[in-house]
Design a protein around this ligand. Sequence first.
Ligand SMILES: NC(=O)c1ccc[n+]([C@@H]2O[C@H](COP(=O)([O-])OP(=O)(O)OC[C@H]3O[C@@H](n4cnc5c(N)ncnc54)[C@H](OP(=O)(O)O)[C@@H]3O)[C@@H](O)[C@H]2O)c1
Length: 304
Amino acid sequence: MEEAKPQRVVVMTGATAGIGAHALQHFAAQPNMRVIVGARGSGRTVPHGVEIVPLDLASLASVREFAGAVTRQLDDARIDILVLNAGMQTSNIERRSAEGYELIFAVNHLAHYLLARLLLPRLASQGRLVITTSDTHDPAITPIAPRTLDPQALAHPSKSGSGAGIRAYAASKLCNLLTAQSFAAMDEVKARHITVIAFNPGLTGGTSLGRDSSRASRVFVTLLMRTVFRLVGLFRPEYVMGTSERAGEALAEVALGTATPPHGRIYISLVKGKLTFPDPSELARSRDVQDRLWRESAIMAGIE
Ligand SMILES: NC(=O)c1ccc[n+]([C@@H]2O[C@H](COP(=O)([O-])OP(=O)(O)OC[C@H]3O[C@@H](n4cnc5c(N)ncnc54)[C@H](OP(=O)(O)O)[C@@H]3O)[C@@H](O)[C@H]2O)c1
């Protein structure tokens, strides 16, 4: 008699809308796969069999409760695939997380940093950690990308004003990429053959990212996409808008291991529907910057 294959476990954030909701369909369709989703609010609809555990990334206390609940629910089982995909973008950087950090930095970076640190011991050997980043981290692609990184200034910005929200978003996505590289460089991760990937879905339509931005800002971005981005897209493929269906499918491919970057690379970027493996920005590759973000994030998250 053929031996039954052990069940694989996926734990995921950002599965309730946009790119993540499409990726979730692919995970849920896999045979013998247990899928646990962290989600805020109530009345969520997810595919049959998917488990929902409450998680609000705007609160580090909620992140700790989520990690504890997942660990209890899994009992002895390990997480094969951890997908940290949730994200937000808003024009207003005055908003603060439960612990008093600027909300975009707190949700996109700090909460995921803490979650990955808390769940790393539960990750299976040869498992996968996928963190969704963005090519907005890269000054070679967009002028809004950061050229320096000061985690304290991101957590406690002193001035707001026009463009501050999108710059905070780009910086938070740089933090995702720096964090992925720090995890990939850990002895424990290497020894347990855990694959770490930073995934950029690229400019993607049909998602609700930016829904918290002001109406004026949303109108401005829509106009920009329909005019300037279309023109720039004629010679810069990164500016060609993809669909959330394809981005979700690509995220699932990357997480399930049907797509893997060449040896030694961890950054995967979806460009015109195809997976590419470019270099991250120079700042993102800096070991010093990675270490500084890691140290300061640990202090902010209270884990030193
Ligand atoms: N769209 C693009 O052009 C693009 C480009 C590059 C990278 N990305 C990245 O792709 C990822 C997915 O974005 P998307 O475009 O699919 O956006 P989306 O449609 O707005 O989905 C965002 C997801 O994150 C969740 N989320 C946001 N804040 C949360 C919180 N405080 N606690 C728990 N969950 C929270 C949302 O949950 P709710 O359903 O509760 O809101 C939703 O599931 C993000 O990391 C984003 O930065 C997007």
